[in-house]
Design a protein around this ligand. Structure first.
Ligand code: NAP
Length: 359
């Protein structure tokens, strides 16, 4: 069946027929970190992991939201899980917050082997231009640069634990099918400018922000994170090429969450469009979060793969050819990685001690 038919059918099936969850007790004795779990997919996945036996650490930017999420997870997962859910503060928009979170995480666990799964879920859709404290547009700062920093800090530490584990730990990133949509010619043109591609993507002048462009930079932020995930996939391998941590990425499809809040706030028309889209196409957060549970169980053979309800394996590779595998995309990927690593090395000295040779 052609791609044209596959996508709507698979989306429809994914919406009305939730993927099965693994048997009770699958995550017994394991520790799962879910970054950005106060609401939406992060919260729903934390409930799944806790219900399946894991001790769950969630993150929040605001303590009161984190506490409310912990209570929700404990109630949903049942009385036996009380005390096994905790929350640490983390703001992906701040380099200092990422490094202090990492220090707190390390001191709260017995060692690197104790972290079995890390889900990099936190992210935003922004519909108006805002600058982050580090001087980048916020969507790119949070979804791409901050997520890459946190991914690298976690990866370096989790790699260290491989020797004391029977199998590799998992590091999973929330991407989106929207990484397939950016205009790669425009990005390539920007990559040749003197100040680099990130500056152009983040500049106010280049912010599209037209009436119909509801989520500028979201798709680009997800393409750029696919580019850095590729490097993290490489860095996760040991000297013999075997992955010490299994890295992968997922798209849960359209999910009924509050991620469109910034779009809705633009006008009643945008709010209506968001509402209609969710009502007609979106699955529940419980259903969407199941793909995260699946990703956390993928075998080492699937290291580096992208999973979604409607597109994966060779089908995804064919669709992704222009933005991921073409010569133009390869050059862009290298440039993006270099710029992000230069930015992080300049502002986050802790990265040098992250245990990642070849960074
Ligand atoms: N919903 C969909 O249809 C869909 C589809 C594809 C991919 N995704 C991806 O799935 C992920 C979760 O989306 P969602 O739909 O569940 O959105 P959501 O309901 O808005 O939840 C986003 C989560 O990210 C956290 N977060 C936001 N900014 C953060 C920051 N600066 N630092 C740390 N955490 C931050 C939020 O926590 P706070 O309480 O701290 O704000 C919240 O827990 C995102 O990466 C999104 O791109 C969603």
């Amino acid at each position: 069946m052609g791609l044209l038919l596959d996508a709507p059918i698979q989306r429809c099936v994914g919406r009305f027929v939730p993927a099965p969850l693994p048997p009770a007790g699958t995550f017994d004795g394991q520790t799962v970190l879910v970054v950005g779990a106060t609401t939406g997919l992060g919260l729903a996945s934390a409930v799944h992991f806790a219900t399946l036996g894991a001790s769950v650490i969630i993150t929040s930017r605001v303590a009161s939201r984190g506490d409310a999420a912990v209570r929700h997870i404990e109630e949903a997962a049942g009385p036996s899980r009380k005390g096994d859910i905790s929350c640490l503060e983390l703001d992906l928009e701040s380099y200092a917050s990422c490094t202090s979170f990492m220090a707190k995480l390390k001191s709260s666990l017995s060692g690197p082997a104790a972290l079995d799964v890390a889900i990099m879920n936190g992210g935003i859709v922004n519909s108006h231009w805002e600058e982050s404290p580090a001087g980048w547009e916020r969507t790119i700062q949070i979804n791409t640069i901050g997520t890459t920093l946190m991914g690298l800090l976690l990866l370096g530490w989790m790699r260290e634990g491989r020797g004391q584990r029977t199998s590799p730990a998992h590091l999973t990133f929330l991407s989106s099918r929207e990484h397939l949509y950016p205009d790669i010619d425009q990005l390539t043109e920007w990559s040749h400018r003197k100040d680099g591609i990130l500056r152009q993507v983040c500049s106010k002048e280049n912010w599209p922000g037209g009436f119909w462009d509801a989520e500028p930079n979201y798709a680009v932020s997800k393409l750029l994170i696919m580019y850095t995930i590729e490097e993290m996939t490489r860095l996760a391998r040991g000297p013999d090429g075997v992955p010490l941590v299994i890295v992968n990425s997922v798209c849960p499809g359209m999910v009924k969450t509050d991620i469109g809040r910034n779009i809705s706030s633009r006008s009643w028309f945008h709010a209506l469009c968001v509402w209609l889209t969710l009502v007609t196409t979106a699955k529940s957060a419980d259903s969407g979060a199941r793909i995260l549970v699946q990703a956390a169980q993928k075998p080492v053979e699937n290291h580096g793969e992208f999973f979604s309800y409607w597109l994966e394996g060779d089908q995804w590779r064919r669709k992704a050819e222009p933005v991921i595998y073409s010569d133009k995309a390869r050059a862009l990927q290298k440039q993006v990685w270099k710029e992000i690593i230069d930015e992080l090395k300049a502002h986050v000295p802790e990265l040098q001690h992250a245990g990642l040779d070849g960074l």
